[in-house]
Design a protein around this ligand. Structure first.
Ligand code: URA
Length: 424
């Protein structure tokens, strides 16, 4: 077989066979297929698409290109979640402890933030003492004793995806639904869980800007996961406005802890609850999720995980955000909040130093925003819009951008349900 012919077939809109896709991915992993050949093939796929069958072959080939977690000893109790990346999204810190409190096994391998979306590892490491770099031995030991781990990759998982993602990033081929589906699902398959829930974000602050493409991506990922023998479902959730009022690394953990301490009347809990319900998949699961929060069992699990990963015993008894400065930002007019722009809010946090533009950048863990209003709220003139936390005094100038992110007018608008669709 020659890679030239594989590229030629896709350029001529033919469906690739399993053998052709395996040949390509093996060549990507061992270096026998050159980057320029993969780049050409990626572009042909981005333009001509893939059938569901081709997407499945690509997903499994990438999942098998490196190491995988072996969770077979835990049977059907293993769960995992994935978010396609949003703003103020700290659902992992609620879903994983709730599921562990309900006896599920949660081995979550997460990533770092890049661009406007935050990364779970950065958020956890914003907590004093916490590490997310665990040896394989420590990873499994914690999983056995506590039932939950959130950490970085312990081994070389999906090396083919790493190479292809870097190529996609510089060849305008990231936004291809089969390529995104295969990239996400290959990592989920290699992470080993039997039950998987996907949170596909849709709106201004997300990869997918409209419901139709979010639905297409979600459907394809669910079908691909099912073909691979996993139980998979997806939510499509709103990302026009930030999911929680807290944006920034330590602040987002604080927002999740507030929920685990009983604040369940907020969109962050609503989405976390819906994700847990999909993973539990039985009648009346909502009640068990709420009980796990109300009883404090989920908070105890989260504390147990943080302490196992290096935090002090009283970690959740003190504020987690330790920024040098804070300023309260007030509205210059009264009315109804039409929207809180997720992208503008995220870019402000990025400018404050809370995110990175390049992989090697370091971040300021405690800077960020806490909004006091959401879409649909009434606000008076001089009402509190948000509090901005920052480290460098000159950054006070960004307060203006926070005000710009919140649109206020006389028109009454209703709050939006954050769960837009469920795909089973
Ligand atoms: N996240 C991934 O892991 N892969 C993609 O292609 C897009 C988002």
């Amino acid at each position: 077989m020659r890679i030239y012919d594989v590229i030629d077939d896709k350029r001529n809109k033919k469906a690739l066979s399993k053998d052709q896709i395996d040949f390509w991915i093996k060549g990507v992993t061992d270096g026998s297929v050159a980057d320029y050949q993969s780049a050409a093939l990626l572009m042909a796929i981005a333009i001509n698409g893939m059938t569901d069958e081709e997407t499945y072959y690509l997903t499994t080939a990438m999942a098998e290109s490196g190491d995988a977690l072996d969770l077979s000893a835990y049977g059907d109790r293993t769960v995992d979640k994935h978010s396609s990346g949003g703003v103020g999204d700290s659902t992992s810190f609620i879903v994983i402890p709730v599921m562990a409190a309900l006896g599920r096994i949660c081995a979550k391998m997460s990533g770092r933030g890049l661009g406007h979306t935050g990364g779970t590892l950065d958020k956890l490491e914003a907590i004093e003492g916490v590490t997310t770099s665990l040896s394989e031995e420590k990873f499994y030991a914690q999983l056995n004793s506590a039932g939950l781990v959130i950490a970085g990759q312990t081994r070389d998982v999906c090396p083919a995806d790493k190479i292809l993602y870097a190529l996609r990033d510089v060849t305008a081929t990231v936004e291809s639904i089969p390529l995104i589906a295969a990239s996400i699902m290959s990592k989920k398959l290699a992470a080993g869980a039997k039950n998987i829930v996907l949170d596909v974000k849709c709106g201004k602050g997300a990869f997918m800007h409209d419901l139709k493409s979010a639905e297409k991506l979600a459907q394809l990922m669910v079908e691909t996961g099912k073909r691979a023998g996993r139980s998979v479902s997806a939510l499509i959730t709103d990302m026009d406005q930030p999911l929680s009022d807290y944006i920034g690394n330590s602040l987002e953990v604080e927002g999740a802890v507030e929920v685990l301490k009983g604040k369940t009347d907020c969109p962050l809990y609503k989405v976390a609850e819906a994700l847990c319900v999909r993973l539990l998949n039985y009648e009346g699961a909502e009640k068990d999720v709420l009980n796990a929060v109300r009883s404090g069992a989920a908070l105890d699990k989260f504390r147990e995980m943080l302490i196992a990963q290096g935090a002090k015993e009283d970690v959740l008894e003190k504020p987690l955000c330790r920024a040098n400065c804070k300023i309260e930002i007030y509205s210059d007019k009264g009315g109804y909040v039409q929207s809180v722009d997720a992208m503008k809010a995220a870019r402000t946090v990025l400018a404050l130093g809370g995110g990175r533009n390049r992989k090697e950048d370091s971040i300021l863990p405690h800077v960020g925003l806490k909004f006091n209003v959401r879409r649909g709220d009434r606000i008076e003139e001089d009402g509190l819009v948000a509090t901005m936390y920052f480290d460098k005094y000159e950054d006070v100038a960004y307060a203006k951008d926070v005000l710009d992110a919140v649109k206020i007018s006389d028109k009454k608008v209703s709050a939006k349900n954050p769960v837009l669709k469920i795909i089973k």
